[in-house]
Ligand binder design. Structure first.
Ligand SMILES: Nc1nc2c(c(=O)[nH]1)N[C@@H](CN(C=O)c1ccc(C(=O)N[C@@H](CCC(=O)O)C(=O)O)cc1)CN2
Length: 300
């Protein structure tokens, strides 16, 4: 292995320290405590873990955490009523509805009912439009975390060829916008792109966000490239025992690490940055709501 491993777990811990320091200043100097409300509908086991970690890390950073757990058969009207209440609650600066939602709920409708100023996920159509036009917005947490790690590792991204594999609204599209904002030449590719291997080999920055286990092998990676693996795929691991699983990314780590200049691991890469950036976005939303200076280095 020759690549530098970009340690997302350690990076996320530093981001959380910066968030906690800013929260302490907001409390001491302005008597304001940022508050994050997280809404979970249903009992998806992975979502339950993510929501628990969000609440725990919010409290550890000194912020207020408001957790709302709703039954899987909650009606759209009841969910919208809760969001309405959170929109008008002055103690709540950030609102997040954990995805995926149960099938009977319209995710777009639900997300677009959140006050855009409190939309710490950056998924509201107003924030999508603001980001797409290079204006100040709330930025989706996972791509923001990727951008922070890229800037930290590479310094300037200007002029680099970036390939984003995956076109989701949550990661692929906002990631491409952020890279464009940092003056990269950006290609958005996906599983149906012709000559995907060739497209990937042109990338100085390769962001994999397709959700297909180990789809990108090392010989698709340009020597020296920086590889950001957003995929978190649970695959069977019979070697660990019957019914056991392990996590892999969208990139075949061992072969890619032979070629890349730097690479994020899975687990311990992009994943931990997602929650750290959620905390950062909550502080940003709180500062904006109170017309106070935003924390430096924690926004795009
Ligand atoms: N409303 C949202 N829903 C979802 C988002 C989101 O950003 N907003 N992202 C994902 C889930 N997610 C946070 O919600 C998330 C995923 C993964 C991790 C993480 O730290 N992963 C670890 C591995 C954890 C494990 O063992 O499973 C890692 O990669 O090291 C944090 C948050 C979908 N929903």
């Amino acid at each position: 292995m020759s690549a530098t491993i970009i340690d997302g777990k350690a990076f996320a811990a530093k981001v959380r320290e910066q968030v906690a320091a800013h929260v302490a200043r907001l409390k001491d100097e302005h008597g304001i405590t940022p508050g994050l409300a997280v809404v979970l509908v249903g009992e998806d086991p992975a979502s339950e873990v993510y929501v628990r970690n969000k609440g725990k890390q919010t409290l550890e950073a000194g912020m207020n955490s408001f957790e709302h757990k709703l039954a899987a058969d909650t009606s759209e009207a009841d969910l919208l009523a809760l969001i309405d209440q959170l929109n008008t609650d002055p103690a709540v600066h950030g609102i997040l509805v954990q995805l995926p939602l149960p099938g009977h709920l319209n995710s777009d409708l639900v997300i677009n009912s959140i006050d855009p100023a409190k939309d710490v996920d950056g998924f509201h159509i107003s924030n999508v439009g603001l980001l797409g036009t290079g204006q100040k917005s709330m930025v989706p947490c996972t791509p923001l975390g990727c951008l922070m790690m890229l800037r930290d590792h590479l310094g300037s991204l200007s002029g680099l060829n970036a390939v984003v594999v995956g076109r989701s609204n949550i990661v692929g599209k906002p990631m491409a916008q952020l890279l464009l904002g940092d003056s990269c030449t950006v290609t958005i590719a996906h599983s149906r792109t012709k000559d995907l291997a060739e497209v990937c080999r042109r990338a100085d920055i390769l962001v994999a966000a397709v959700g297909r286990p180990e789809m990108i092998p090392g010989d698709w990676v340009k020597p020296g490239a920086t590889v950001i693996d957003v995929g978190i795929n649970r695959i069977p691991a019979p070697e660990k025992g019957e019914g056991k699983h392990r996590l892999v990314g969208d990139v075949e780590f061992a072969s890619a690490a032979e070629v890349a200049g730097a690479i994020t691991p899975v687990p311990g890469g992009v994943g931990p940055m997602t929650i750290a950036c959620l905390l950062a976005n909550t502080v940003t939303a709180c500062c904006r709501a109170n017309a106070l200076p935003e924390p430096e280095g924690l926004t795009a």
